[in-house]
Design a protein around this ligand. Structure first.
Ligand code: SF4
Length: 336
């Protein structure tokens, strides 16, 4: 039996970050103004572990927040040692973290060798230098490519995160970014449509009409070929939607942008609607039966039944069926 997989998230906001990414509010956010102490991190892990059956679950501790290797080295070691103590007790299987590409070096990776780090995710955001420049990222596409190479060479599993809709970005540049992520042999990815958060440089640009965020429709349209490309290359999409700042949890921080709590479902819903349309070749749509693998039946029916309602309007009777003898990505259409 395949084990269930859970990540215990420990969010490490980058309050001391010296970079100036236009979309980021982590430097200005008020309220919680420090990273969790080791005691707090221990509590987070213990709370998650209460409800986990280790024999049936693969457990990882995940340090998120964007720039793990940018933390002072002593902090890195403290957090890693804490996570490792759970691994040594047999309670946790591995460690993952996310970090900026320009923090990856042979030295920074060698420092990890005493710990059971398995996955390293880098925040690529774009593989176009002009987009990176306008986003104030302070690193180049080449930095991401070099970092990816080192991570792969040193035997870690590589994840690469990208954003869509940064200033200067477009459909083609987003697709090229995804293609380069595939060429870098990432095995996992996260896709973040850009949101305009309050207290960011992007918010100022938006308020002075110098930046127009993507609409939900445009963001869906842009993400469809990315999802298809990642699926074709067997790159697992760990997340599609929301914002790299995991602290974004409420509309209080959101000023504008393509935010939807079920963004991924909207994208999959549209992908499956298009797939079904492509498979319909009969002009007489009296009685339509649409069958797909059970794993995709909800996407075929669509978010809030939007595809079911759409196809219903085209025919007299409509049935959706699960059929697990079909290939996972196939649609079978019958007309009687
Ligand atoms: S996104 Fe990360 S690297 Fe950029 S300013 Fe924010 S915390 Fe710093």
């Amino acid at each position: 039996m395949m084990k269930k997989h859970i990540s215990i998230p420990i969010f490490l906001p980058q309050y001391g970050c010296v970079n100036n990414c236009v979309f980021c509010n982590q430097k200005t956010i008020t309220g919680k103004t420090r990273n969790p102490s080791l005691e707090e991190a221990t509590n987070i892990i213990d709370t998650w572990l209460i409800s986990v059956d280790q024999s049936k679950t693969y457990v990882e501790i995940a340090f998120f927040g964007g720039n793990f290797l940018g933390l002072p080295k002593s902090n890195q070691i403290n957090y890693l040692s804490l996570a490792q103590s759970y691994i040594d007790k047999g309670l946790v299987d591995s460690i993952r973290f996310s970090t900026r590409p320009d923090t990856i070096s042979e030295e920074s990776l060698l420092n990890l060798s005493h710990f059971s780090v398995k996955n390293i995710e880098i925040g690529v955001q774009s593989m176009d230098d002009e987009v990176l420049n306008q986003a104030g990222r302070g690193h180049t596409a080449e930095d991401s490519i070099k970092a990816a190479k080192l991570i792969n060479e040193m035997g870690y599993q590589l994840g690469m995160q990208m954003m869509v809709g940064l200033p200067g970005d477009d459909d083609e540049k987003s697709l090229q970014t995804a293609q380069k992520i595939a060429e870098c042999q990432a095995i996992q990815t996260r896709i973040y449509p850009v949101l305009v958060l309050k207290n960011t440089e992007l918010a100022d640009l938006f308020m002075s009409n110098k930046y127009i965020p993507l609409s939900i429709e445009a963001a869906i349209h842009r993400c469809i070929p990315l999802v298809e490309l990642f699926n074709e290359n067997k790159i697992k999409i760990l997340k599609l939607g929301l914002h790299p700042s995991e602290s974004f949890t409420s509309n209080k921080e959101l000023l504008a942008g393509p935010y939807h709590p079920s963004f991924y479902q909207l994208v999959l819903s549209k992908i499956w609607r298009d797939k079904i349309i492509q498979n319909i070749n009969n002009q007489e749509l009296n009685h339509l039966k649409i069958a797909v693998h059970s794993k995709n039946i909800n996407y075929a029916i669509g978010y809030n039944s939007e595809n079911r309602n759409y196809f219903k309007s085209l025919c007299k009777t409509l049935t959706f069926q699960s059929n697990d003898s079909l290939d996972i990505d196939k649609v079978e259409i019958r007309y009687h």
